[in-house]
Design a protein. Structure first.
Length: 171
């Protein structure tokens, strides 16, 4: 029995190193993170899950961060022909009682014009702006680089700020 308790205690202590969350009113923001882009990257994608535990809808309407010249909410899509696009969206709906995932190939935070390289293990402050919940301070954790097969936003190098049709079939 003591071995099980010791194992559970060790896991509980290790968990913050791998994931973190913030609760603001009815919203729970789970593991905001950025896969480490190459040191020369000019852009990076930010990901998380947002749970709306309330009875009323909310909307993510903006993001502010000191790590980039511009930070926006984006959506990546792939059409029936396999052509991928990425566009800025004005708001991301957060229905009551649901979880919205910001992940590769879908909704995400786009950091454009990175001010400095991002290093695995770092934490960087940002503010998510919600229609109902208001301004919520969070920290993005820099996670290990994205594995092979997924396009890393940092690989866009000196790409222009209008990302409308920059991506191929994967994000």
């Amino acid at each position: 029995m003591s071995r099980i308790l010791a194992l559970l205690a060790a896991l509980a202590l290790a968990a913050p190193a791998f994931a973190h969350e913030i609760t603001a009113g009815d919203l729970q923001i789970i593991h905001p993170h950025i896969p480490q882009p190459p040191a020369s990257a000019k852009a990076a994608g930010g990901f998380m899950a947002i749970v709306n535990n309330g009875t009323e809808a909310d909307r993510l309407i903006g993001v502010e961060s000191g790590i980039a010249a511009k930070s926006e909410v984006h959506e990546s899509r792939v059409d029936a022909n396999g052509v991928g696009t990425m566009t800025h969206i004005e708001a991301l709906d957060l229905p009551p009682g649901e979880t919205v995932s910001l992940e590769h190939g879908g909704y995400h935070i786009m950091f454009m014009g990175l001010m400095a390289p991002l290093t695995e293990g770092e934490m960087h402050k940002a503010t998510l702006i919600f229609e109902r919940a208001g301004r919520v301070e969070i920290e993005f954790q820099i996670d290990p680089p994205t594995g092979q097969g997924a396009m890393n936003h940092g690989a866009m190098g000196d790409a222009p700020m209008d990302h409308g049709a920059m991506h191929g079939a994967t994000d």
